[in-house]
Design a protein around this ligand. Sequence first.
Ligand SMILES: [Zn+2]
Length: 292
Amino acid sequence: MQAIRIGQFDIGKVADFAGPAFDPAEFFPDYDPEVVRANRDLIGPALLDPASGKLVFSFHSFVVRTGRHTILIDSCIGNDKERPARPQWHRMKTSYIDDLAGLGVRVEDVDYVMCTHLHWDHVGWNTRLADGKWVPTFPNARYVMARREVEHWQGVHDSGADTPHATAFGDSILPVIATGQALLVGDDYALDDGLWFEPYPGHTPGNVVIHARSGGERGIFVGDVLHHPLQCLKPEWSTRACSDPDGSRTSRTRFIEEYADSGALIMPAHFPDPTAGWIRRHRAAFRFDFRQ
Ligand SMILES: [Zn+2]
């Protein structure tokens, strides 16, 4: 992804993984291969891998430098995490921290980590393993999370659920609460330099998108309100990863209709390179135009 400017904001991306990830019919319960066949020009081999038949995903963070603050949006998968239910990402080792340094950001430079939601693949680098303990990766950061979302996953964790999300709450959220670095906020929280939350619940109960505005320009970190460009063609397709598929469908449709042809640059958490782009009206539905 080319560096992005939104007004004064400078935005980069650091990925933990990019490649074929999920079988479309498993991932989207309403999947219909005819939609791909009819839209070959929009859903090409970079988005649906012909060899494996899988949806191509990226798992990444965005790094926003506002001029005043350095902010990480979603902290991706993380190294060394116990994720036996996700073998592809179990005890992973990536060069994420070096890649962040390649963008000119050291771990101590990060002022805020803002999470769209608390699924395992959005919180992993909140912490790192040091002498057998999970400690905050970013020693000077406040970790900004919607209180509604934290309370939901605290409940799941406390119930003893054995899922990647519950495990991630233990190894990636509780340690930053323990050091006092967590900032639990309302789901309309605004950071003074032009970044703010807006609730779009459904994928998870406290799911938010993060708006960015600077110098009259708009961008939106949409998290998992959109997982794949196919959902612009089919906004009604929720995923098996959604807590509440009906709520997710409502939120996604509302988002797409609101921001199609709006000029706001959409930055999803899982679209492969070049990742960012615009939602545009297309025939009876919508399409995603990648920013090249
Ligand atoms: Zn995700």
